[in-house]
Design a protein around this ligand. Structure first.
Ligand code: NAD
Length: 346
């Protein structure tokens, strides 16, 4: 463990990229116990000085100067996706723990290299799949593990909204669908076995901005991805349909509902089959709301301070990049892609 961590029990952390997401990293890190937000770096001087002033962190217009001059234990990397790989590589090579925003990298090969480099340098590598820390998703997973829904027939994610013009390096699959690809395998506990994508590019200069995807999981569940940057209102919803009803999560409000199938409770299987599905109670679960970014960064800080694995490792985040690559390929070729045995989730 780093000498500074042992002596002061404080982590010196730097943030690279303090744009729309990175400034939230800076805010949350500045509030966390055992963390000293020492420095921030950005090429946009307006954003840089504003964040540096607000949180009393030293500003750097060149992140390399920050890495040279500051004795950092951890860097949070929140630059555009295309820069994750080259900058994370430099951070790791200097023996600094790194937290990389999602999507992990542009390409699978880049992610593999970072994982190997982090292992070689013995530094922690965490990736910001923030929805894993959404309290409504945590509760959803808990209830699924207790088989409350019975067999899960379908999982449907809707993540739509207006186009953010700052995203010019990737399409909607890498930028948004990676959230859902990660969550779907995580909460079903099952691996995607085949997938198909219809994609469109309507307003983005170079990449797809609409995805309709169909996934099949090894356990038989069917997944649907409805994702675009063409909708004039922001919707982030996950619905799971199963034997006993439907779970519905609103990622934004952290509302979590169970729409109960009225005739399944306490009935034997044969009777359920005859009576089919009918509308039962709608139950809204009490969720203790928390800011997912805070829970996520707390997890990484704890893992650096006390040891252990980050909740979302490089390997797990690589899986979402891999599935996104396959989605893009399916969208381009019009082909259904069947994953090989070796391509299933580890
Ligand atoms: N987890 C989430 O829900 C979530 C939400 C938004 C964005 N993100 C991810 O965060 C990353 C950043 O997205 P954003 O929306 O904040 O983008 P943004 O464009 O608002 O911010 C990126 C910042 O990086 C800075 N930057 C660019 N090149 C740099 C360099 N060489 N050195 C230092 N700074 C540099 C830019 O000036 C800008 O301030 C992306 O990978 C995105 O996918 C994740």
């Amino acid at each position: 463990m780093n000498k500074l961590i042992n002596e002061n029990h404080m982590l010196n952390i730097g943030v690279i990229g303090v744009g729309s997401m990175g400034r939230n990293h800076a805010r949350v890190l500045a509030e966390l116990p055992y963390v000293n937000l020492a420095a921030v770096a950005d090429i946009d001087t307006t954003a840089l000085y504003k964040v540096a002033r607000t949180y009393r962190a030293r500003p750097y217009t060149d992140y390399r100067d920050m890495l040279d001059e500051e004795p950092l234990d951890v860097v949070s990397l929140v630059v555009p996706t295309a820069l994750h790989y080259p900058i994370a590589k430099e951070i790791i090579e200097r023996g600094i723990h790194v937290f990389v925003e999602k999507p992990f990298t542009l390409r699978v090969e880049e992610g593999k290299e970072l994982i190997a480099a982090a292992a070689q340098k013995n530094v922690k590598l965490g990736v910001g799949h923030i929805e894993r820390f959404n309290p409504a998703v945590v509760e959803l997973k808990r209830r699924l593990e207790h088989a409350q829904l019975g067999r899960v027939y379908q999982i449907h994610a809707r993540r739509v909204g207006p186009f953010p013009p700052r995203v010019d390096d990737v399409g909607v699959i890498l930028d948004l669908a990676t959230h859902e690809l990660d969550i779907m395998e995580y909460i079903t506990g099952s691996s995607v076995s085949s997938l198909y994508a219809e994609t469109e590019r309507k307003i983005h200069a170079s990449h797809e901005d609409l995805l309709l995807g169909v996934l099949k999981f090894e356990n038989g569940t069917v997944g649907v991805l409805d994702i675009n940057w063409l909708t004039p209102t922001k919707i982030r919803e996950l619905a799971l349909l199963g034997e006993r009803g439907m779970f519905l999560v609103n990622y934004l409000t952290q509302d979590f509902y169970f729409y109960e199938n009225a005739f399944t409770n306490g009935q034997w299987e044969g009777l359920t089959a005859i009576m089919g599905v009918s509308e039962g109670r709608r139950i809204k679960y009490e969720i203790k709301r928390r800011e997912p970014l805070r829970v996520e960064l707390e997890d990484f800080v704890n893992c650096v301070l006390h040891g252990g694995r980050p909740a979302v490792t490089g390997e797990e985040a690589l899986r979402a990049v891999f599935l996104a690559e396959k989605m893009i390929q399916s969208g381009e070729t019009g082909q259904v892609i069947h994953l090989l045995n070796g391509e299933r989730r580890p």
